[in-house]
Design a protein around this ligand. Structure first.
Ligand SMILES: [Fe+2]
Ligand SMILES: [Fe+2]
Length: 296
């Protein structure tokens, strides 16, 4: 797995982003600290950068120059670029998009949403650039690499894996809809519980129980959420229902693919499925219900 390159002006912003990337298990970071364009481009290639976060307010870089240089560099041109900056001007954002920037996030950076957007871009770009055979598994390429069938991983590797996928509840998940938040808290608690059990080295015994919980959870929570959306006249109900269906299929596929005695790889698969869903669905989709209610 490649690294996430950072060209960020303020240390405090860089540290915040670095911490979030590591906490959410998106990979390692690499700070580009050379203001010589040629050296910077060489370092990008040498460090196997798979996504670049570019601060358009960086005093040492002319962002347009760096953007063009990356896009025209034979080894770096497929790296997606996520820009961050102080401006919230739609014309400026449009200009960035026209110049091939994958996403733009205005400061201050809100970690959970930011990481969720990075995650989606990384998944899309690895889908587009990968020449490997696409697996029918619901997991991403990143997950598949993490959860191979090797059961003989060392204690050190195991510790590294579980540290990477640690995850915690925070107010960023709150939709301010009481029952929905209660349900979300429950699933995040289940995730944390799994994490703790994994840390104690006993998570694999817990996989079947967790999947049973997940199956029940999906049924009641999705039903409740859909009924609520219908009650308030939520305009994107059908699209949202589609996401729920997609996740239900993923959980069912995972349950069916488990062997009699789940191993550590299965544990990581379950863990990543919950985590990816938590980040991508709760933050991106469920939060829209809250915004819809606010606008009403
Ligand atoms: Fe939902
Ligand atoms: Fe939900």
């Amino acid at each position: 797995m490649g690294k996430i390159g950072l060209v960020i002006a303020l240390d405090v912003v860089r540290v915040k982003i670095e911490k979030a990337i590591v906490q959410f298990g998106l990979g390692e970071t690499y700070t580009l600290n050379s203001n010589m364009l040629k050296v910077a481009l060489k370092n990008l290639y040498k460090n196997d950068i798979q996504l670049l976060i570019l601060d358009v307010d960086h005093p040492d870089y002319e962002w347009q120059e760096l953007l063009l240089a990356v896009q025209n560099h034979p080894q770096n041109k497929s790296i997606p670029i996520v820009a961050i900056g102080n401006s919230a001007d739609t014309k400026f954002v449009k200009q960035l998009t026209n110049q091939g920037v994958a996403d733009y996030v205005s400061k201050p950076i809100e970690e959970v949403q930011f990481v969720s957007r990075l995650n989606l871009i990384m998944r899309d770009s690895s889908r587009l650039t990968s020449t490997a055979v696409v697996s029918e598994s619901p997991l991403t390429e990143f997950d598949a690499a993490e959860a191979n069938d090797d059961q003989s991983i060392s204690d050190l590797e195991w510790h590294e894996k579980i540290t990477k996928i640690k995850f915690k509840w925070s107010s960023d998940f709150e939709t301010h809809i009481e029952q929905i938040d209660k349900d979300h808290k429950e699933i995040i608690d289940a995730y944390e519980n799994l994490y703790l059990k994994m840390k104690e080295g006993m998570g694999h015994e817990f996989v079947e129980e967790l999947l049973r919980f997940l199956n029940d959870y999906i049924e009641t929570h999705f039903e409740r959420e859909e009924a609520f959306m219908s009650e308030i006249g939520y305009t994107e109900l059908e699209v949202h229902r589609g996401y729920h269906h997609e996740f239900t299929v993923q959980v069912k596929n995972l349950s069916n693919s488990l062997v009699d005695s789940p191993n550590n790889s299965d544990l990581i698969r379950v863990n990543l499925l919950i985590k990816n869903w938590l980040i991508n669905h709760i933050v991106k989709e469920d939060m829209k219900i809250h915004y819809f209610l606010q606008k009403k």
